[in-house]
Design a protein around this ligand. Sequence first.
Ligand code: SF4
Length: 244
Amino acid sequence: MRLPRARLFVLGRRSLPSDDFQGTAHTLRSLHQIAENPGTMLDSLTPEQRAKQLHVIADTAASCTSCGLSERRTNVVFGAGNPDADLMVIGEGPGKDEDEQGLPFVGRSGQLLTSLLEEAGWYRRDIYISNVVKCRPPGNRDPQQEEIDACKGYLADQIKLIDPAVVMTLGNFSSRLLLKRATGITKLRGHVYPWWGRHVVPTFHPAAALRGGAKVADLIREDIALARQVVVDARPGEQLGLFE
Ligand code: SF4
């Protein structure tokens, strides 16, 4: 069940680090149109309106050629899930299965992630999942900085529209992008980070658990439980940022 949206009165005005984490030019236009109309503040959009906006942005991304990853992709993997989610999960980039199906986290890593989230009571229909880059890096290589820079506007738009209470970042790339720290995920994880009126909970990418076994999966479990606790404990007074 979604938390009360009273907190969003503030979040709507300081939702993202705008200097370097802006939305796409196309979508900023539509978001500005919304923001300029006091009757349709982002905060007051219904889940249906937010879903519609996400579709508009996804349509734009579907033909995006802003970086070289467009050349070899089968599908743009924009993201999937509940536009009204309390939890947004951000991975690195699509793999082979995701590229073929156009959906995030549907391969082996995704199945493990889904299972770990379900253990904590979070089903895919309840959350929203996306990646730092929306097109598959060839051979599942790491995304390059210029690709991340070219694509991050889409992620900014997704975060603005979904406005989750908690963002769970999977692995180094999404964690470093949001938290702006060079620290590796092994040291970052296990903590909750205040982030522009929300909270970021970094954890390992599930692919690391496939390689590293039960020990890594247990650490992801711990971090998911941490994220769950943040959502459960969240109260409007805390989320208004009065004590930051
Ligand atoms: S990765 Fe992002 S920026 Fe690059 S082509 Fe795909 S959608 Fe566009």
